[in-house]
Design a protein around this ligand. Structure first.
Ligand code: UGA
Length: 477
């Protein structure tokens, strides 16, 4: 079997674009199909429409070698390919949080109309269990008698380190029912398997579930350490010590034990909700994942209450500088960022919000109303009553604290990413509230005392709040 395969990737979002560039860099001939004309134009020019470190370099290289091209013509692209990867979005349905498969099924139907018999259709998008079967049924309607296999090959890429995650994966998961399909996918990934990266072959449904199980487990792990952080604040312990002390146990592992403002992004919030929904449909409640969803949503309110506490209950008319808006560093992605409900809660309590983010401001402008944006962290914090460290961008991690304190109206810091040791911040004159350890001045917080609850905020404004309550209602049924 020739090692160079013809691959079509449908969708040039995070997953599709990274997969296209990396498959091409492995030596395959890749056509990435994108319907959005403006996005396509930028891609053809070798310009990445998303910010992902290292991606543009690979785009240039693979476009240069001729291994990667872009097209809007899906029919032509799949007519000659060995494998067509579906990498379109599966946003949560607003009504219930279940994954919306419209784009996946539309792409599958269109692929089926033109694909070469004997080729393989592969879902790379995160799709609910049974989607592979739904695609097979759809193909039978669209083009009866067509001989194509359907496989699942979930991705485990993190935004910000997607290239590294693709080229040095912990594992590659392939789910399919036929030997020939497995062989083709193993050939596609042969350069990575040859370097010692494990490949796990399963049935298609198992592969579909592995993706959700992995994200739900990681989200639960983060939520666990966040709850430990809350306990540390109450008992005067340090959550970093707890993370180290448990993480060195190889059965637990050191990763994803950083306490913070709660997980966000386009994956964990969406996938945990979708998994809960699927499990409910099958009558198998996933209590742990349900609790994770609820606890993570409640966490934003707790973060806002930290501001309230350190400002001695007075948030109205206070100028609050928020440094970092994206759900994590090294991405311009604002989807489900903890900064969104956090800022909205403070605004509803009457605060005047100033914000800075190195990459996320274009997207943030579309989300927030009444926020003043700044291109510089110091400018943002000028005359502020408090500064909140929301995302651990390099520029936020390397602030000159003495300078910051000197330009603020009052040097008050709420460090939601545990960037600065409280002692160091205090030396520069800051009163500091942090996560998972007692802050300095004021005294240890008893944050659930009713006096600290916002009287003027009755409901979390988290974007998934409605869906979460429906999840818990569903769970009680
Ligand atoms: C996540 C998974 O990590 C990927 O394996 C998966 O492929 C991807 O979702 C997806 O399903 O497409 P991503 O959302 O890019 O990747 O970001 P993560 O690095 O996992 O971070 C998610 C959230 O968890 C962020 O808000 C981050 O700040 C938070 N987090 C992460 C913590 O609060 N603490 C940690 O220790 C780690």
């Amino acid at each position: 079997m020739s090692q160079k395969k013809k691959i079509t990737v449908v969708g040039a979002g995070y997953v599709g674009l990274v997969a296209s560039a990396c498959f091409a860099d492995l030596g395959h001939e890749v056509t990435c199909v994108e319907r959005d004309k403006q996005r396509l134009g930028r891609l053809v020019a070798g310009e990445s429409p998303i910010y992902e470190p290292g991606l543009e370099e690979i785009l240039h290289r693979t476009i240069g070698t001729g291994n990667l091209s872009f097209s809007s013509d899906l029919g032509k692209a799949v007519a000659a390919c060995d494998a067509a990867f579906i990498a379109v979005g599966t946003p949560p349905r607003k009504s219930d949080g279940e994954a919306d498969l419209r784009f996946v099924l539309d792409a599958a139907a269109e692929i089926a109309r033109s694909i070469r018999p004997g080729a393989v259709i592969v879902t790379k998008s995160t799709v609910p269990i049974g989607t592979g079967d739904a695609i097979i049924n759809l193909i039978a309607k669209v083009r009866p008698g067509l001989n194509v296999a359907v496989a699942s090959n979930p991705e485990f890429l993190r935004e910000g380190s997607a290239i590294e995650d693709f080229t040095k994966p912990d594992r590659i998961v392939i789910g399919c029912e036929e030997e020939a399909t497995a062989e083709l996918l193993i050939t596609i990934y042969a350069p990575l398997v040859g370097k010692g990266h494990p490949l796990v072959r399963t049935r298609r449904r198992s592969a579909e579930l592995i993706k959700y199980a992995a994200n739900a487990f990681l989200a639960t792990k983060i939520t666990f350490i966040n709850e430990m952080a809350d306990l540390c604040e109450a008992v005067d312990a340090d959550v970093a010590d707890i993370a180290l002390g448990i993480g060195l146990d190889h059965r637990i592992g050191p990763h994803f034990l950083r306490a913070g403002p709660g997980y966000g992004g386009s994956c964990f919030p969406k996938d945990t909700l979708a998994l809960v929904r699927t499990a409910q449909e099958y009558g198998v409640p996933l209590r742990l994942v349900e609790e994770t969803v609820v606890a993570n949503s409640a966490r934003k309110r707790r973060m806002a209450m930290k501001v309230r506490h350190i400002l001695h209950g007075h948030v109205a008319d206070k100028r609050i500088a928020v440094l970092g808006l994206t759900f994590k560093a090294d991405t311009d992605d604002m989807r489900e960022s903890p900064s969104i409900p956090f800022i909205e809660l403070l605004q509803r309590a009457g605060a005047e919000i100033h914000a800075y983010d190195p990459r996320g401001m274009d997207q943030a402008r579309k989300i927030f109303h009444g926020v003043s944006f700044h291109h510089d962290a110091y400018q943002c914090a000028q005359d502020a009553d408090a500064v909140v460290l929301m995302t651990d961008w390099e520029s936020v991690k390397h602030l000159d604290l003495a300078r910051l304190a000197s330009i603020m109206k009052t040097p008050v810091m709420i460090d939601l990413r545990r960037i600065y040791p409280p002692e160091e911040a205090a030396r520069q004159g800051f009163a500091i509230e942090t996560i998972g350890r007692t802050g300095l001045e004021p005294q240890p917080v008893k944050i659930f005392d009713s006096q600290f609850l916002f009287s003027d905020i009755s409901e979390s404004t988290g974007t998934t709040a409605g869906q979460i309550s429906r999840v818990t209602e569903g769970a009680a049924e």
